[in-house]
Write a protein that binds this ligand. Sequence first.
Ligand code: BGC
Length: 756
Amino acid sequence: MSKSNLKKWIKRILKFLGIFLLLLCIVSGYLYYKNSNYDMYSLYITDTNLKTKITSSDTKEIAKELVSQMTLEEKIQQMYGESYGGGMTKFVINAVLKERFPHVYVGKNDRLGIPPWVLSDGPRGARVLDKEIDAVTTFPVGMARGATWNPALEYEVNKVISSEMRANRVNYGATPCINILRHPGWGRAQETYGEDPWLMGEFGVAAVKGLEKNNIMACPKHFVLNSIDNSRWIVDVKVDERTLREVYLPHWKKIIQEGKPASIMSAYNSVNGDFCAENKYLLTDILKNEWEFDGFITTDWVFGLYDGVKGIQAGLNVEMPFQQAYTSDVIETAITNGEITEKQIDQLVIESLATRLKYALVNDQDKYPHSVIGKASSIDLARSVAEESMVLLKNENVLPFKKERGKKIAVIGRIADIENTGDRGSSNATPMYVETPYEGIKKYQEALGNEVIFNDGSDIETAKQIASEADEVILIVGFTHEDEGEYIIFSRDKMLEAAENGKPTDNTSFGGDRVDLRLLHSDENLIKTIAPVNKQLAIVYIGGSAIDMSSWEDQVPTILFSWYSGMEGGSALANILYGDVSPSGKLPFSIAKNVKDYPYFTPYTKEITYDYYHGYTLFDKAHIETAYPFGYGLSYTQFKYDSLQVKQSSLSIDDSLSITVQIRNEGTIPSKDVAQMYIGFKNSKVDRPVKLLRDFKKISILPKETKGVELQIPIKDLAWYNPETKSWEIEHMEYEVYVGNSSKKEDLLMTTFQVE
Ligand code: BGC
C-alpha cells in the first residue's frame, strides 16, 4: 500500500472511531440520564386503576379473579422484579455509580391496573430514597438494639423506619435480619439481634409489628441458616432435624405466627443440599404447610435462585431483583414437559397478589409526606436506643466520669472521629448527619467549659503524651465497614475459588467475616501503651459482635461496648460516660475467654455443619467459663434479686409457669435492669441444654426502691423436638427455673417446679 493510501485508511479508521465514540457517549449519556431519572409509579389502588370490579373484600378472591384474566406471560411477569437488562442497568447506574439504591418495581400490570410493589432495605433506616430526599433517620444497628433487651423500643424504631420508607415511596421493607449469631466472626452479625432464638423471636415480632403498623410489607430475612458471609452464595449448611427445629427455626415460627409478616426472604446458602430458594422442605412443607404462612416468599438478590423449575416446585413466589431463573422459556418448557403445571404458577401468583393487594388497597400515602422524615421525636428515639444499647462490661470505679469544670479530656483513636454507622452492604441507610464519639463528647464538655483534645492515635508517642497529661482518657477502638459487614464482591467464581483455597484471592472486596477476632494490631497497641499512663481510662469498643480481648483486658479498668450507634451515637456515648444515663444494655451473645471455645467457623467453605450447641448453651454444657456471659452488663448501681417464687409449683402441659421476683436498686441513682428467666432441664431423659432463656423484662427502678416482677412461660414452650416421632414432646419431670440479671450461675436465683 502506498504511503498516501495508508494515510487515507488511517484517517478513515480514526473518523469511524470518532463517530463510534460519539455514539457511545450519546447512548451512555442517554442511559445515565434516563436511569437516574427513572419513572416513579404509584403503589396504590385508586377507584380508577384496578380494571377488575372489586366484588369482595377478600384479596384472595380478587387475586384469583385477576389471575384468571392473565395470560401465562402476564403471570410470569408477576414472578420477578425488573427485566434483566433494563433492571441491571438501572441498578448499576443508581446503586453503584450514584450510590442511591433505586426503586425496583415488581409486578406492575397496566392492562389489569395492578400497581407494583417496591422494596427498601432497612435494618437501621430506610435505604431507598425518593427523588428529593437525601437522608433518613439512622438508628444503631440491630445487634445494638438486641443489646437493649427492650422489644418495646424495637417496635418504636421500626415504626419510624417504616414511616420513612413510606415517605420515600416504598411499601416493602427487607428487614428484620433474624439469622442466629452462631459465631462472632459472621460479618453481618451487626444486622441481627444476637445468639439466642428466644431473644430473637421477641425482637423479630416487635420489628415486624412496627413495620406493618405503617402498612409496610415486612420481610424477615434470610430464611434460613445464613451466617457466613464470605461464602454466602455457595455454602451448604448441614444441619440435623432436631437442631434445625429447636435452634434455627423457633424464632421464625414465632415471628410468622405472631408478627404475621407479609413476606419472607429466602437465604442465599443451601441447606442439606438444596439452595434455600429451591428448598421445598423449608418453603412449602414447613413454612407454608406446617406454619400456615400465607404471605409470599422472595429470593435474596441476584444469586438467590439458580433453577427456576426447582424454585416453582419449592413454592418460591418471586425472584429478585431481576428475571434470571424465572424466564418464560424455562417455565413454558417445564409446563410442556409436565415438570410443573400452570396451576402451580397460578397458586404462586395468587399468594403474592392476595398479600400485596391488601397493602395496595390501603391507599394512605397522604399520611406520609416527606416531612415525616427525621422528626425530632425520631432523632430522640435514635439517641435513647443508643443509650440503652451500650453494654458496660468492666468498671473498676472509673465510670461515670465526674461532671466537673476545669478538666482536660483526651479522646483518642483511629475511629474516634469518623462517621461510622455500620457496614456498607444492603443495610447502608444514609444518615442525616452522624455525631462521632469525639463530636458528642466535645459538645457535652464544651457546655461544661472543658477542653477536649482529639488524637487519632496514628503517632503512638504523641497519643501517649496526650493521655498522660489528660484528666481522663476515652479510647475508641474497633471496626468500620472495611473490617466487617456484608461481603461486597461481585463474582461468585471468586467466592468459589476462595472456598477452594481456604483464603480469598481477590483484594477488591470489603466487609465480610472476621477471621481474627482480635482488634486491629494498632488498636491493641494503643490500649497497651495508654493503659499504664492514665488510670482514668474508658475503653469504648465500636463493632457488631464479640471480640477477643484476652491480650489486654486485665490491663484496663473499664470496657464499654457502644456498637455502631447510629446518627446520635456521639451524644448517647457522652451521656453514658458522664452518668446522665446509667448503662442498661446486656450482651445479646456470649464472649468466650478463649476463641477456640466457639463452634468451628471459617469464612471460606463450601460446606459446614451447624451443631445443636452454640453460644451460652454450648458454654454451659461443656462447663466452659466465659469472659462475659450472655445477658451480662453492668450499670452504675447494684440490683439485688430476692424472693423468687413460682406461683404454682405443679403444672400440666396446658398451663403457664409464672414466677415473681423482687428486685431492689441498692444504689443511689435510678437505673434499668433486665430480669431474665431461664428454664433448666437437669432431669431430662434426653440430651438437653443446661438452661434456656424463656422470658425477660426490662424495668426502671429508683434508688432504694424494690419492684416485683412477674415472668411467664407456657409449658408448651419447654418442649423438645423428637426427630423419630417428628413431634414436639414435653417431659413430665421437675424443671429448674433460674432468675437474675445475666445467664451467669452466680447471678441467678433458682427454684424448681413440676410438670405432671
Ligand atoms: C442482601 C439482602 C438485601 C438484598 C437487597 C442482598 O445482598 O443479602 O439482605 O435485602 O441484597 O439489597
